[in-house]
Design a protein around this ligand. Structure first.
Ligand code: GTP
Length: 246
């Protein structure tokens, strides 16, 4: 069994990508299941095989403890750990080869609190896993935002400690020229020039970041499935050494 986590900033397209990527795999007769790990999501475009809201609902937590939306999400994610054994057992009943995991909207809550890491490793156990990190291309069009998203990506790669694939989500929303620019930046070209005048600290930081890029971010659109073949191939390369997940 292989686990594929989808993480990214709020609204970067995680839930839509999970649904469309699941459909894409199903179309190829792959054996795939979906886990929803977001206790605060209101509606989902797919029917999850496991839904964390059956255990903890952030809305209920908000009302019960009189909390605001952010703190109720923090408490909800922490509460999940208290139910970890039951959750692990239920997720363990999923027999699909390939499990896509939709994560909470605010990536910092899942990735930066220990609970996220503890919980994901508990869920995955000895299985292999990969994290797909979504960089919203509409935001990434601006050089400083692109660099900030890469820094966030590196930080999450470090925190979760599992292989990671970066994707540029929603590329159908940007022009061909903008995409060309983003692809060049992904190859380490022109990024420093696009930033204009930067101080020495930023210059060195960006240079190091470019050098540490393993694979350029993959352009992806959940609207027209652009990049899905490439994303699948990359996940497959990481998880199964190139073999299909059938
Ligand atoms: P949160 O969990 O709330 O943080 O959001 P999310 O990261 O799961 O994003 P979601 O899939 O809910 O998408 C946010 C918005 O972007 C929705 O209106 C989607 O329809 C839209 N969207 C997602 N992917 C794409 C895409 O590839 N192209 C376009 N044009 N819109 C997209």
């Amino acid at each position: 069994m292989y686990y594929v986590f989808f993480t990214g900033t709020a609204g970067s397209g995680k839930t839509t990508a999970v649904k469309e990527f699941r459909d894409y795999l199903l179309d190829q007769e792959m054996d795939v299941a979906v886990v929803n790990m977001d206790p605060a999501v209101e509606t989902l475009p797919y029917t999850p095989d496991f839904d964390v809201r059956d255990y903890v609902d952030a809305r209920e937590v908000m009302e019960r403890f009189g909390l605001g939306p952010n703190s109720s999400l923090i408490v909800s994610i922490d509460l999940l750990l208290t139910k970890a054994t039951d959750i692990k057992r239920e997720v363990g009943e999923i027999e699909s080869n390939y499990v896509l995991v939709d994560t909470p909207g605010q990536v910092e809550l899942f990735a930066y609190r220990d609970t996220g890491r503890t919980f994901s490793s508990l869920l995955v156990g000895d299985s292999k896993s990969v994290n797909v990190f979504l960089m919203d291309s509409f935001i990434a069009r601006e050089a400083r935002s692109y660099v900030s998203l890469l820094l966030l990506s590196s930080s999450i790669r470090f925190k979760l400690g599992i292989p990671q694939v970066n994707v540029l989500s929603k590329v159908d929303l940007i022009s061909d020229k903008e995409l060309e620019k983003l692809l060049a930046w992904g190859e380490g070209e022109d990024l420093l020039d696009s930033l204009g005048v930067v101080d020495d600290y930023s210059f060195e930081l960006v240079r190091t970041l470019i050098e540490s890029l393993e694979v350029p971010p993959i352009p992806l659109s959940s609207t027209n499935r652009e990049g899905f073949d490439k994303l699948y191939a990359e996940i497959q390369r990481i998880l199964a050494g190139g073999e299909d997940f059938v």
